[in-house]
Design a protein. Structure first.
Length: 304
């Protein structure tokens, strides 16, 4: 087995992911849990990290590089933000040390867009972005990182020009549970997904975003008047929200190359949506991207 070099941690709002990385860059051990910032703030960040390090028998001297919500104001130690426009590589020099730890623990900063008309922040996705593109990327790219709060980042020749957050996942959850559409989608989980309804909804929302609230309501009215299934109603809701997101994200940069950084179900949904809109894209696995970003940071901080 290769000698361990450092530990990489992606600490989100509701999830925790840790990898023990060897000197050759390989993964020697992995830990995942739901001990995100929200629950860990009560338990203690140091305690949670120590339990996972003990589980993988990480040497006491091994350093730890962390990205994500552990660096938020409500997290472990505030890591602050790098203001954009900025080079992607700028996050490599902004890591903050965690005081009082027996080992060297560093937390990476987030990115901030301080424009008063379009203020925005990200924390964790910047490391994923670095891992997906590298610090020396060239040309104009639109990077889509879907999630509860999807991030779209515009990168030009390795510099983050700006970014936008879309509350797509959170809106889907709220609308499907707490509006009239909850009746339309009830029982959808037990039915096969309706790909045709999803793609039609993506195309309609992308073409006519001003009709968003009307398009959403058709999930209910279509069921009452035309008997569409719960799965079709859910597909209309999901497709409408994702179509709106894409329309907003590409409003000024429709010619940029799209890089999708995703995995699992979200990867499949966004690939289907881009296909329905005939948009060219490249997919990069989200887990691999964040590990590469954390590795780049570790190598910059602890060069050997």
């Amino acid at each position: 087995m290769a000698n361990p070099a450092y530990v990489a941690v992606d600490w989100g709002t509701s999830s925790f992911r840790l990898w023990l990385i060897g000197a050759d860059g390989g993964i020697l051990a992995e830990r995942r849990s739901d001990e995100g910032m929200t629950s860990t703030a009560k338990t203690g960040f140091s305690t949670v990290l120590a339990s996972h390090l003990a589980a993988i028998e990480a040497p006491e001297s091994l350093p730890v590089i962390v990205c994500g919500m552990a660096g938020a104001k409500q997290g472990w130690v505030e890591a602050g933000y790098i203001d954009v426009p900025a080079p992607l590589a700028s996050i490599l020099t902004g890591a903050v040390s965690v005081p009082g730890e027996s080992r060297d623990v560093r937390i990476l900063p987030g990115l901030a867009q301080r424009d008063r008309a379009t203020p925005d922040v990200m924390r964790g996705e910047e490391t994923q972005l670095l891992g997906a593109l590298g610090s020396a990327s060239s040309g104009a790219q639109a990077v889509c990182m879907p999630g509860t709060h999807s991030k779209w980042v515009h990168v030009i020749d390795g510099r983050v020009a700006g970014f936008s957050t879309f509350m797509t996942g959170e809106l889907f959850d709220a609308i499907s549970k707490h509006t009239i559409l909850s009746h339309a989608v009830a029982g959808a989980e037990g039915q096969p997904a309706d790909a045709a309804a999803f793609e039609a909804a993506v195309s309609a929302a992308f073409a006519r975003p001003a009709l968003a609230s009307n398009l959403l309501f058709t999930a209910r009215s279509g069921q009452l008047l035309h008997g569409i299934s719960a799965a079709a109603a859910q597909a209309r809701l999901s497709g409408t929200l994702i179509g709106l997101e894409i329309a907003g994200a590409l409003r000024d940069t429709s010619s940029a190359d799209i890089t999708l950084v995703a995995s699992g179900r979200l990867q499949a949904l966004y690939e289907q949506a881009f296909g329905a809109l005939s948009l060219a894209f490249t997919t990069i696995d989200a887990d691999a991207a964040v590990r590469r970003g954390l590795s780049a940071a570790a190598e910059a901080i602890w060069p050997n």
